[in-house]
Design a protein around this ligand. Structure first.
Ligand code: NAD
Length: 507
């Protein structure tokens, strides 16, 4: 750990604000613990309001210059950041695991995702296309163009402490925005490490210093300051539905833009004809991977009643063979929950589930043997009814609900009958079932898959969900449009000035 910290420039006590330079911050001290063994690994002096003001001012000044640099040259900066990330992949991946607790292959995967996002954004920097329209007026040209927005705020959750920033920052960067990142106060060290990597690139280039800025602090203090700040054109917020509602309301009051990437309650439908081996693997990774702490984690399996018992037995067997322990060790597939508070949430949810009539058929306990700390829990499988109140909520822990369905109509009805709408999947070889699931009357989620699980999305598609998941889209496809403002332009190169719709106004 010492070597990882040294290589990434993490000290015992770190500054919590960056705007081209690190500020001598004066906010409260945040202690950072590793969920691997509950040890204190470093401290961060969080950003005060005064620190925040300095960062915002620098970001606004930098925007005036950055917006006028041609997009492909902005892409070149992102390309260099991608190269720097490649050099630091091992150390940064390790730090993700140490700070957040996901297994090392997932920690490294997260950094790979940043690298992939950088490559994507570089290509995009030459493809910020607008349309040309046919004007109804003679000798008129009409087209649309896209301008940078301004300073944007990026609020990220603990569970993807670095990748989610890159989805936003690299796209916003090529679009010509400057930004202020407020990471989760549970995972500030990875944000500091990323910002130090970015700083190396910024220093080497003739660009404004305050493009990729950072403020660390609690959601209730610095987070609230950010979302209520008129100077911030767009808030891209990733986190719980409750947090998203606050962001939405604060932004609406000041006519600010939002991208909301909030909680999920993701379901996999397994029909009677499904390839059960495929479905089993997808459910296992979806429900147990990242210890159930992905927004796309599989939380509900809607399983045909004819195969429910067989599938449940296979699943229990698979669960019992999942190695749980130190996420840095090779072969471990499930690490700890992020902190002790989340362990309490897990236990509390299990009490409620039992009260509401759920039947725990696997797991349900905190693990105390052969682990280094107090954040390890058993992945849990529970037989429930879809309409139980607890099933409507996202409990951010490895709890999987099995729900019996009779046919495809009931499966889709149950599937959509929760407030969230992020990721969904069906396992079937029946063309009619899969097409019905993908039709206008099918899954109501932002992501709908066939014979692939709910988690592990690729960056090329637009990522996000509907309903209480917030409606935002990030990463691939045309998600970049949210980081720019559209302008419709009409140019008259003729000698008359005709009005549209045939209106006459001659004197
Ligand atoms: P959280 O809502 O507790 O915190 C997320 C971020 O919001 C943190 O940076 C936090 O400090 C900040 N925040 C909290 N209150 C705030 C406020 N009033 N003003 C401004 N900022 C505030 O979420 P978490 O526990 O860190 O992450 C887990 C949640 O995130 C889950 O619900 C998960 O589904 C969701 N998530 C969604 C996606 C997605 O893309 N849809 C991705 C990852 C995580």
């Amino acid at each position: 750990m010492k070597e990882v910290f040294e290589k990434l420039g993490i000290s015992d006590v770190n500054s919590g604000a960056y705007c081209g330079e690190w500020l001598d911050t004066s906010g409260e001290i945040i202690e950072v613990f590793s969920p691997i063994d509950d040890s204190l690994i470093a401290k961060v002096k969080s950003a005060s309001e005064e620190d925040y003001e300095i960062v915002t001012q620098k970001a606004q000044e930098a925007f005036k210059i950055w917006r006028m640099i041609p997009a492909p040259q902005r892409g070149e900066i992102i390309r260099q950041i991608g190269l720097e990330l490649r050099k630091h992949k091992d150390n940064l991946g390790n730090l993700v695991t140490i700070e957040m607790g996901k297994i090392l292959t997932e920690g490294l995967g997260e950094v790979q995702e940043m690298i992939d996002m950088a490559d994507f954004a570089v290509g995009l920097s030459r493809q910020l296309y607008g349309l040309t329209m046919m004007s109804e007026r003679p000798s008129h040209r009409m087209y649309e163009q896209w301008h940078p927005l301004g300073v944007i705020g990026i609020i990220s959750a603990f569970n993807f402490p670095v990748a989610v920033w890159s989805w936003n920052a690299f796209i916003a960067g090529v679009c010509g925005d400057t930004m202020i990142w407020k990471p989760s106060s549970s995972t500030p060290l990875t944000a500091i490490a990323v910002t130090k990597i970015v700083h190396k690139v910024i220093e080497k280039n003739d660009v404004p210093k305050a493009i990729f800025n950072l403020v660390i602090g609690r959601g209730s203090t610095i987070g609230e300051r950010l979302i209520n700040d008129k100077a911030i054109q767009l808030i891209s917020a990733t986190g719980s539905c409750n947090m998203g509602k606050k962001v939405h309301q604060a932004a609406a009051k000041r006519y600010g833009g939002v991208i909301l990437e909030l909680g999920g309650n993701n379901g996999i439908i397994v029909m009677e004809d499904a390839n059960l081996e495929l479905a089993l693997k997808a459910v296992l990774f979806g429900a147990v991977g990242t210890a159930g702490q992905r927004c796309t984690t599989t939380r509900r399996v809607l399983i045909h009643e004819k195969i429910c018992d067989t599938f449940a037995e296979k699943l229990k067997k698979a669960y019992s063979s999942v190695p749980i322990g130190n996420p840095l060790n090779e072969g471990i597939l499930m690490g700890p929950l992020v902190d002790k508070a989340t362990v309490k949430i897990y236990l509390n949810a299990l009490d409620i589930i039992k009260e509401q009539g759920g039947e725990i058929i696997y797991g349900g306990k905190v693990i105390t043997e052969n682990v280094l700390g107090e954040c390890y829990v058993e992945p849990t499988i529970i037989l429930v009814k879809n309409d139980m109140p607890i099933v409507q909520e996202e409990t951010f822990a490895p709890i999987l609900y099995l729900i019996k369905i009779r046919d495809i109509d009931e499966a889709i009805k149950f599937h959509n009958d929760v407030p969230q709408g992020l990721s969904s999947a069906i396992f079937t070889n029946n063309l009619q079932y899969s097409e019905q699931f993908l039709s206008h009357a099918g899954s109501d989620c932002g992501i709908a898959n066939v014979n692939i699980g709910t988690s592990g999305a690729e960056i090329g598609g637009a990522f996000g969900g509907e309903k209480e998941t917030g409606g935002g889209r990030e990463a691939g496809s045309d998600a970049w449009k949210a980081y720019m403002r559209r302008q419709t332009n009409t140019i008259n190169w003729g000698k008359e000035i005709p009005l549209a719709q045939g209106v006459k106004f001659d004197v």
